[in-house]
Design a protein around this ligand. Sequence first.
Ligand code: BDR
Ligand code: CA
Length: 313
Amino acid sequence: MKYVLLFSDPGIDDALAIIYALLHPQIEIVGIVTGYGNVSAEQATDNAAYLLQLAGRSDIPVIDGAQGPFSGELVTFYPEIHGPEGLGPIRPPENIPGNHKPFQEIFSIIKRYKNHLTIVDVGRSTSLAIAFLLDGEQSMKSVREIYVMGGAFNFPGNVTAVAEANFHGDPVASDLVLENGSNITILPLNVTNFSIVTPEIIDRITQQQTNPFSFLIKPIFDYYFNAYKKLVPGINGAPLHDVLTLFAVIAPEQFEYLLRRVRVEFSLLSRGRTVADFRAKPTEEPKETLDRIVIGFNYQAFIQDFIRTLTTK
Ligand code: BDR
Ligand code: CA
């Protein structure tokens, strides 16, 4: 069993990741930290609380994360991809009751699951960076592993030519996380872009599905897929970046990796760009600074697991 503290900005692929995690027999979500990104932090909190309510799991703590990046600049949201409220055409009720907790709850969870906790960050990096900055008792050292969806290597980004959204949103925070965390696995955009789920797969799931999320999977997916069709002409489905990141947590053997030190640029033109030394003989870096970069995965294994999990009753 993987005990997962999820940092997220739901967001459609985030919402599908939360649903996947709630239904997966090998994952136990022990808290969701909601921050700005695809939507505002307030909306992300409502969306996470709504999904937990649907699952009958309002006991899971929802922790208020960052409202914006370290730079203090105004945040741009993505209604054209994720919908005005982050769940495509679905309008979640406001101020959903739930187990809302302040930021310090992160440290209580880390202590409770000492050496057994997996942190998964599929949103902007600010909240996780703040956890490192506030960690007076050095509890972050007892986190077992960290999985991060972000960055783009030698490949076009999705917000600028060189940057992926999660690392572009707060590159200072992303770099801080990568430099301070240990046992980090990075799922960059150039890999997650291949986690394509097609409308046929979604139809198959909705035909078989009898769980509490049945009514929203297809509408939110269709919204997201329509957005992707405008971004990438000819695309036959939509990438579920954040779901793939959770799949990596439970099936690490289905992925290929390179160990490199990864840094994130924060200068103007290359803001959010991820840099690693991919030369045949890279400069040697101290072991503790190395990150595990995902460079490939078994697509069929991912899709089979996704279908099996989303059709769980
Ligand atoms: C990442 O950015 C967000 O839009 C998605 O939810 C995903 O986490 C992809 O670049
Ligand atoms: Ca996300």
